[in-house]
Design a protein around this ligand. Structure first.
Ligand code: ADP
Ligand code: MG
Length: 630
């Protein structure tokens, strides 16, 4: 205490630590997940750096890219050592206390709104979860960037200290010593630890060892006067005595006896084999789910996944997931850089920050991609221009869209089966579909659309090459769809025989659009109208002028074209003449406030409707532009 330089935690970090210390959260074991994940990140960095500069690795123990855990029941400490990149003095001060990450305040906010402590890793502040189980924590660390090895220490009393570590040299890496709270001593129990490490390290691509002790029997020769000696000097366990006695009974002249002794050893806990390299047929749903959780720090289940490999000119393997829910900050800023993909080259993690593999509108997709077609010494800077990566990105985009399409198709299948009153076919169950899912529950695609629909709409604007594929994924509510939302394919299938166009109208909400005079005629003709009520819709339809050869027509525009018979055309001509004086009078009166006054084709009952010109902004677009919020 009081050793070394003292520092104050940044205010938000302090708040965060208070939350953790006082939390009644019962799943305290998550601290181990966070520490293992940090160790793995640090090892990834070292392995990556060593590709271009092997001297980074050092020698002997230091060169081994692994993690080790030791529980000490006497001292009540749990120690975790990794041979990762370590932290310099500056890193220790900044990363662990004085510089608040953006996630710090977000976590505090989310927590105050009822979020679970379990989410901590997602906010980039997982380290502090150590205070769920420890009164005080010492982080010993040695980085190649700093000649000195340092200790960071804090008992979470709003301060921490940093001083030179004169203890055992690490070479490189980090040793974290947790002094456990009295009610957390279960984390010193070997079996408990083993189970947890197994769970949290299942998909860590570095070996993780636990220091374990085993009772082993050893045969040792019996010497003269052995018995007497032993009784006097050592305490023998009861079992041993029995074993000895039995042996004596069996043979007249025992030459050896069995002695129990405790053997300590490093036990390898994980098998460190990358999941994506395995055959999909041998991987269980449960494994895909756990991999997702360890990859994303999202403790929920993914909505769906796809696991594929590409061969030929460019070879790679990939597992992609769609999360069940949009992350807390997904819509805060669409244009913010985000990457949820980890890029590996021959099993070596290169980066998780390269955000150009998938287009931005698929930024919500999480997963890994591992290629043998890239050079191992590819630098992060080189990635941008790499042609192989461009090919990989293109193929991954297709696969990602196919995965979404499969969800939509499963949805359709479910629907038609409901109508037929049939049982779910075996085929559907074989797919990713949860066979226990009730039909009255929201389908996966409905969930997907609610969470990520806006992204697909952005995709339509941004990805011309995949526009047709994306158009099939759109869902809208219509004048006939009730509570459901339907796709354009379904709209087209339901079109009236003589109907040539797809009609839509955009505005605030379905109810007011339904009452809009603009759609009176369409409703009267029993034509289905798509309601576009999302602010991004106006932009999206600008890029979607037709679907399956049918034009998309905005019902609130002036030149609404409806299939009309001769009678209607004649009547229109009559009206034009008849009402010319009225139209002229109105145009004179309104002057520049309107572009023109005309006989409308939209109306049945209402006397008048205000429409948008055929070109230029619609009323809804003006609103959207004014609010600039989408
Ligand atoms: P995150 O891992 O999401 O960045 P954490 O709170 O878990 O958030 O860790 C904060 C930072 O502390 C890390 O980004 C890293 O810079 C540093 N750090 C934590 N543990 C280690 C470690 N074992 N080795 C090297 N750096 C570490
Ligand atoms: Mg972390």
């Amino acid at each position: 205490k009081g050793e070394g330089e003292q520092f104050q935690f940044q205010a938000d970090v302090n708040k965060l630590m208070d939350i953790i210390i006082n939390s009644l959260y019962s799943k305290k074991e998550i601290f181990l997940r966070e520490l293992i994940s940090n160790g793995s990140d640090a090892l990834d960095k070292t392995r990556f750096m060593s590709l271009t500069d092997p001297s980074v690795l050092g020698e002997g123990e230091t060169a081994k890219l692994e993690m080790k855990l030791i529980a000490d029941k006497e001292k009540k400490t749990l120690t975790l050592i990794d041979r990762g990149c370590g932290m310099s003095k500056e890193d220790l001060i900044n990363q662990l206390g004085t510089v608040a990450q953006s996630g710090t305040s977000s976590f505090i906010e989310a927590f105050s709104e009822g979020a679970d402590v379990n989410l901590i890793g997602q906010f980039g502040v997982g380290f502090y979860s150590v205070y769920l189980v420890a009164d005080s924590v010492a982080v010993h660390s040695k980085s190649n960037d700093d000649d000195t090895q340092w200790v960071w220490e804090s008992s979470a009393d709003s301060t921490f200290s940093v001083y030179e570590d004169k203890g055992e040299p690490l070479g490189r890496g980090t040793k974290i010593v947790l002094s456990l709270k009295e009610d957390c001593l279960e984390f010193l129990e070997e079996e408990r630890l083993k189970g947890l490490i197994k769970r949290y390290s299942e998909f860590i691509n570095f070996p993780i060892y636990l220091y374990t002790s085993k009772e082993e029997e050893e045969e040792v020769p019996i010497e003269e006067g052995d018995d007497a000696e032993e009784e006097g000097e050592e305490e023998e366990s009861e079992e041993e005595e029995i074993a000895d006695a039995e042996e004596e009974e069996e043979s007249d002249e025992p030459k050896t006896k069995k002695v129990k002794k405790t053997v300590n050893d490093w036990e390898l806990i994980n098998d460190a084999k990358a999941l994506w390299t395995r055959n999909p047929a041998d991987i269980t749903e449960e494994e895909y789910k756990s991999f997702y959780q360890s990859l994303t720090k999202d403790f929920g289940e993914p909505l769906t996944h796809t696991h594929f490999s590409a061969e030929g000119e460019v070879e790679f393997k990939s597992i992609l997931y769609i999360p069940k829910e949009a992350p807390y900050d997904l819509y805060q800023d669409y244009y913010k850089k985000q990457s949820n993909l980890k890029l590996y080259v021959r099993r070596v993690m290169i980066t998780d920050e390269f955000d150009e593999l998938l287009p931005r509108y698929l930024g919500f997709i999480k997963g890994v991609v591992d290629s043998d077609s890239l050079p191992l010494n590819v630098s992060r800077e080189m990635l941008q221009q790499n042609k192989v990566l461009k090919v990989i990105g293109k193929k991954m985009t297709r696969k990602a869209l196919a995965m979404i399409k499969a969800l939509a198709d499963a949805d359709k299948k479910e629907d038609s089966e409901e109508e037929d009153g049939e049982e779910k076919s075996a085929e559907v169950e074989k797919s990713d579909e949860d066979s226990e899912e009730k039909s009255d529950e929201e389908s996966k695609y409905v969930k997907f659309w609610k969470a990520f629909g806006k992204y697909i709409k952005m995709g339509l604007i941004e990805d011309a090459a995949n526009r047709t594929r994306l158009a099939k994924l759109l869902r809208y509510s219509t004048s006939k769809s009730g509570d459901k939302e339907i796709g354009l394919e379904e709209y087209v299938a339901n079109m009236k025989e003589d109907q040539k166009n797809i009609y839509y109208i955009s505005g605030e909400d379905k109810e007011s659009l339904m009452k809009s005079p603009s759609v009176e005629k369409l409703v009267a003709k029993d034509i289905e109208i798509i309601f576009m009520t999302d602010s991004v819709d106006e932009y999206t339809v600008q890029h979607l002028t037709e679907f399956e050869g049918k034009r998309l027509i905005n019902a609130s525009r002036e030149g609404l074209k409806l299939e009309e018979g001769d009678v209607e055309k004649k009547r229109e001509d009559q009206y034009k003449e008849m009402f010319k004086p009225l139209l002229d009078y109105m145009k004179d009166t309104l002057g520049k406030k309107v572009e023109k006054v005309a006989i409308s084709k939209h109306l049945v009952q209402s006397p008048v409707v205000v429409l948008s010109a055929d070109y230029g902004w619609t009323a809804q677009m003006e609103k959207v532009m004014k609010s600039q919020a989408f």
